[in-house]
Every structure is written in C-alpha cells, then in structure tokens.
Ligand binder design. Structure first.
Ligand SMILES: C[S@@+](CC[C@H](N)C(=O)[O-])C[C@H]1O[C@@H](n2cnc3c(N)ncnc32)[C@H](O)[C@@H]1O
Length: 258
C-alpha cells in the first residue's frame, strides 16, 4: 500500500480531495503560517499529497524547500521530511521555525543546490537510501526572483535553460525515489511579451522524457497573490485590451516513477 487509507472505509475520507479541479479559498490557517514567504504554496498541497501517497514513517523529499511548508506538514502527519534550499538565510530561518513544531519525525533542512547535491550522502545521514515521495515547487521561471545565485532556477537566462536546470534536479533525485512512488510538481504558466508560455506543460514534457508516468494534472485556483492584489483592475484592463486571460490557476502535476 502507498498510504494508510483503509479503502473498506473509503466513505469516511471526506477530507481527501479526488477531483482534478481545486478551488480553495484560504490557506489552512489552523496550521503554521508560512505566509511570511512570498512564493510559498498552501499547506493543503503537501498535506493532500502525503495522505494519498505516503504512510506514516515514510520519507518525503522537497528539493525547493522555501519557507518549509512541506516539512511542517510532514512533521504534523508523522512523515519524515528532507528539504533542500539554496538560499541559506531562508534555510536558517526555516530550521528555527521547524524545531518549534510538535512531532517526533525527522524534519531535516539542508542548504544546497538541488541540481548537484549528493543525495546519497544526505540520505545516508538518516540511514536510508531512498524516499517515498518527492514534492517539487520550483520558481516559475523568473516570475519571482529568489536570490542572485546563478544556480537559482529563477535566474535562468531563458526558458530552455530553466527547463534544463529543472531536468538536472529531476535527474539528480530520481535514483533515490522508490519505484511506483510519486513525484509531485507544483508549477504555473507565465505570460511574456504578449505570449502565454506553457511552463507547466514544458515541465511535464521533461518528466515524460524521463522515467515518469503522468497520473494527473490538477488545476488549482490561486486566490490573490500579493504581487497582483492591488492590480486586479489593471490586469483586467490589460486582458481586455490584449486579448488574453488573467492567470487564476496553477498546476499540481502528479507522476509515478516507472
Ligand atoms: C516557489 S519557492 C518554494 C516555496 C515552498 N513550496 C514554500 O511553501 O515555501 C522555490 C524555492 O526554490 C529555491 N531554489 C531555487 N533554485 C534552487 C536550487 N537550484 N536548489 C535548491 N533550491 C532552489 C528558491 O530559493 C525558493 O526558495
């Protein structure tokens, strides 16, 4: 079994989402608030993925840890988590926040570049050689610039390089994901010079060129992002004038390792 759900009791799991369209109004505010980090995802994403694709005690890897949402949720759900973050300031802050979270499971924050970090060393520290779930939430190309580090995917000079860097992260970790287990990618598209760039679909293509099977593409709304909150009207005008639609969704792409 991939998870702890008892299918004889399937009607009891009302909290588990099984539809491919997610309309979620709010962050799950009963939980730790990682709203301090611009570019985080809502806790419901790692929470739902862990409930579907892991059991208690399994290991989850997040190579774009950011504010640590995945590790906070893994700790709460009794899963062990390893997060890698390039930006050392952010990683140090996350380490401090995570120790305050209740729970006995491991939540390890590592500073590094997920394209090149030696994961066998990272895992051997915990006496394991594989993980059971990977959650990837990379920068959406250059929409938010996370640092000045050239290894940061948000500093890729063009889309092709971004996709190559993304591919390197995937290649670096695939060996350490158990067969039949899941890799989840959270990503959005972007709009540049009058053109919709289907970044999500390009990333899916890169995954399908590798050892992954596409299981689902979930479309999730995003409630106002901080960047656009005061610019709703401006964007509406631009959309009307420019013949395009304003972004209101991102993707949760769910793949299984073949
Ligand atoms: C979209 S954010 C992730 C947010 C996270 N899911 C959260 O809830 O806070 C992407 C993160 O990837 C980090 N990053 C970018 N390039 C990286 C790389 N090569 N290796 C590791 N982390 C990287 C950025 O510093 C940023 O914190």
């Amino acid at each position: 079994m991939l998870n702890d759900l008892d299918l004889k009791n399937w009607k009891a799991y009302e909290n588990i989402i099984t539809d491919s369209l997610w309309l979620i109004d709010k962050r799950d505010s009963s939980k730790f608030n990682s709203g301090w980090y611009w570019g985080n995802f809502i806790p419901q994403i790692p929470q739902q993925m862990m409930l579907r694709y892991t059991r208690k005690g399994d290991w989850v890897l997040d190579p774009f840890l950011g504010s640590g949402t995945t590790l906070i949720e893994s700790k709460r759900l009794g899963r062990n988590g390893i997060g890698i973050e390039l930006n050392s300031e952010v990683a140090v802050k996350v380490k401090e926040l995570i120790v305050k979270e209740p729970g006995d499971s491991v939540a390890d924050v590592i500073i590094g570049d997920s394209q090149t970090i030696d994961l066998s060393k990272v895992l051997s520290k915990h006496n394991i050689n594989s993980v059971q779930l990977v959650i990837l939430h990379p920068p959406y190309y250059n929409i938010i610039k996370f640092s000045d580090d050239p290894a940061d995917l948000s500093n890729a000079p063009d889309i092709e390089t971004f996709l190559d860097m993304f591919g390197r992260v995937v290649d670096n970790l695939t060996l350490y994901l158990d067969y039949g287990r899941y890799l989840v990618l959270v990503i959005g598209d972007l709009y540049q010079k009058g053109e919709w760039i289907p970044l999500g679909f390009y990333c899916v293509q890169r995954l399908l060129e590798r050892d992954y099977l596409l299981k689902s593409i979930v479309v999730k709304n995003f409630a106002d992002t901080r960047g656009k909150r005061n610019q709703e009207n401006l964007w509406r005008y631009r959309a009307l004038a420019g013949g395009f639609y304003v972004f209101k969704h991102e993707y949760i792409i769910i793949c299984q390792k073949k």
